[in-house]
Design a protein around this ligand. Sequence first.
Ligand code: HMG
Length: 465
Amino acid sequence: MPVGIDDMAIYVPKLYIDYKDFAEARGIDPQKLEYGIGIKKMALADANQDPASMAANACMRLMKNNDLHPQDIGRIYVATESGLDESKAMNSFVIGMLEQVYGESTLEHAGGIECKFACVSGSYALYDNTNWIRAGESNDKAAIVIVSDIAKYDLGSAGEYTQGAGAVALLIKENPRLVAFDERVTSTIIKNEYDFYRPFGKETPLVNGLYSNLLYLIQVRKALETYKEKALKAGIIVLRDDESVTDHIDYISVHLPYRRMGEKALAYLLRHEWRHLPRWKKITEEIGMDEPVPKDPRGTIESILADVEFMKADEKFRRAFMITKYYQDVFDKKMASSLQASAVIGNLYTASMYMGLRSLLEFEYLKNIDLYGKRIGFGSYGSGCSAMVFSGVIQEKYKELVSRMNLDRDIGPRTKISIEDYEKLHKNTRKYNEAFLDAEDEFILVNIGGKTADRAGFREYCYAG
Ligand code: HMG
């Protein structure tokens, strides 16, 4: 019995900052943000929203849209890197909120944990829950995996224009209507790295930006190598001598810290996959230069980044490759639709790739393409670091769900705020009772900490109808 994503729901906070206002405030060329990063609007959590309330809101929408009741659900997992407590799991907050609506103890029979591994943990949560169902442990109940995060970087840092906020809830079932995961192909890679990390007590991460970009590319590529081996062994892909695994994958959805990173990841993976194929000669002829090689091809990431001559030549080659018809054709057909949401929401850490999947489905459907049977390859990356590559096939009933997807409507009417107000939110000078927007049909944070010491750190939420 196939297992996979039966439906998905999103929650994106309605406040945003506009890239032109941001560029002006920071003295950056707006074109850098629009094209170099690929961002136009960054979603911001209001003072009464946090990753738990966003997760509960996405989950509630998923349940309402599918007429799901607590007894239909056996597990609720929340994957996040914006944890609210060192011990108490975020899904317990979410269950508390849902039970305000569905009734006390209605989810008591369920299980679940909060998962952490930077942006990749949602993919691990999906894999584990898929296998829970495959193993026959689910007692005919579904699992819900929620990915929810607030991407927040230091004011004035290079990461500041890669912020965002939001949550995606995924319903995992047998015979799914949207995407069934391929079996025996999921591949992971893991390494102890410090490309991006957030020590205890710090609200914003410490980041080595360029290092993190290259590490992401290398790790996803390595996981793809294992995926390829497993996919050939499982027989889901059969390769001729002049073919690459990417020829057999209809869509490519990768982790999106920012839109441009998706474009660069595709270029990196295609270069790696194609450079030994007959087509490469034609491509380098179109580019007009040979592909550069680092002084020490087996060197470390640091030695490659320090190889200034190579880095310059490689950047030139990459840019030229990205405007060849070979790259453009794959980009337009296999990736472009998955990037649209990222440009108007920003980085969602754990939720980024799944917002990308949602974007892919909605915008490919609008092109009147028959999506049934199309294979999607996923390249998930989390700093620290681990990558996971896996795939799934779009199912026959996808239309009944995808035809209802509408990003603008599902986000709702958005409110642009000034850079001054954004900075107040960033510095946490506005408390949960000083939100910019009135809440409507959603969970909000209404209190932190009780009057007595034994309630220190308590977080209270309510459903604002
Ligand atoms: P930066 O200093 O803005 O980088 O940092 P840049 O100077 O290389 O500029 C970026 C692009 O803008 C370049 O284009 C420039 O040419 C272009 P590209 O080389 O990509 O083709 N540009 C312009 N374009 C048009 N007009 C102009 C102009 N000027 C420049 N006038 C960086 C960028 C992403 C490093 C920074 O924002 C950062 O540190 N972000 C946070 C870390 C991050 O997102 N890393 C991504 C990989 S790691 C990851 O994805 C994991 C993560 O999500 C966390 C997790 O796992 O939990 C972060």
